[in-house]
Design a protein around this ligand. Structure first.
Ligand code: HEC
Ligand code: HEC
Ligand code: HEC
Length: 104
């Protein structure tokens, strides 16, 4: 899937959903944090991150943020990639460089 709801300065980001949710068996609520226990194939409507994170009026971090420590996608995506990069000794296949996610 392509994440482009918050796009302003950078090219949209391709998120290989299958590689994460199926191949790596990540629980849906690893990312879908407001829908605890969400299961694949259930008919529950999945809330888009941007529905809360595009123009937040509460404590939710904004997905328009440029900072790697402030953007909700950066916190979640990069946070995990960095952990895995450490484990896998220098990067592995979990990208941490800007251009590896923001292609084009
Ligand atoms: C692991 C993947 C990943 C990496 C690495 C990454 N980003 Fe992002 N970034 C995203 C995602 C996903 C979004 C949300 C995209 C959207 O909705 O348009 C985003 C959003 C942004 C945004 C706000 C939206 C926009 O288009 O202005 C900026 C700016 C940005 N990133 C800059 C950077 C910079 C600079 C780096 C390197 C220091 C970086 N990113 C590294 C995944 C990544
Ligand atoms: C229903 C609204 C809603 C949706 C949908 C939502 N968020 Fe959030 N998010 C929030 C709020 C409110 C906060 C701040 C309070 C908190 O931490 O729970 C937050 C905080 C965060 C944080 C910072 C706190 C932390 O857990 O490190 C990240 C990262 C994050 N969201 C990522 C995401 C991503 C990625 C998605 C989509 C897969 C998403 N959110 C979907 C409302 C939402
Ligand atoms: C909980 C951990 C975790 C989260 C969260 C996560 N990733 Fe990953 N991602 C990984 C790991 C581990 C890999 C290495 C894949 C492998 O081993 O095959 C990876 C690989 C990737 C790749 C390269 C895959 C390929 O086949 O080339 C991209 C692109 C990517 N992630 C984007 C993202 C984006 C964008 C987000 C946030 C929307 C994200 N990831 C969230 C753990 C995570």
């Amino acid at each position: 899937m392509t994440i482009k709801e918050c796009q302003a300065n950078k090219p949209p980001v391709v998120f290989p959903h299958k590689a994460h949710a199926i191949d790596r068996k990540l629980a849906c609520d690893t990312c879908q944090h407001t829908q605890k226990g969400l299961k694949a194939g259930s008919d529950t409507l999945v809330h888009k991150c941007a529905s809360c994170h595009l123009d937040p009026t509460d404590k939710a971090p904004s997905c328009k943020e440029k900072g790697t420590s402030k953007n909700p996608y950066h916190i979640r995506c990069l946070g995990c990639h960095k952990e895995n990069a450490d484990k896998e000794n220098g990067g592995g296949k979990a990208p941490t460089k800007c251009a590896a996610c923001h292609k084009g």
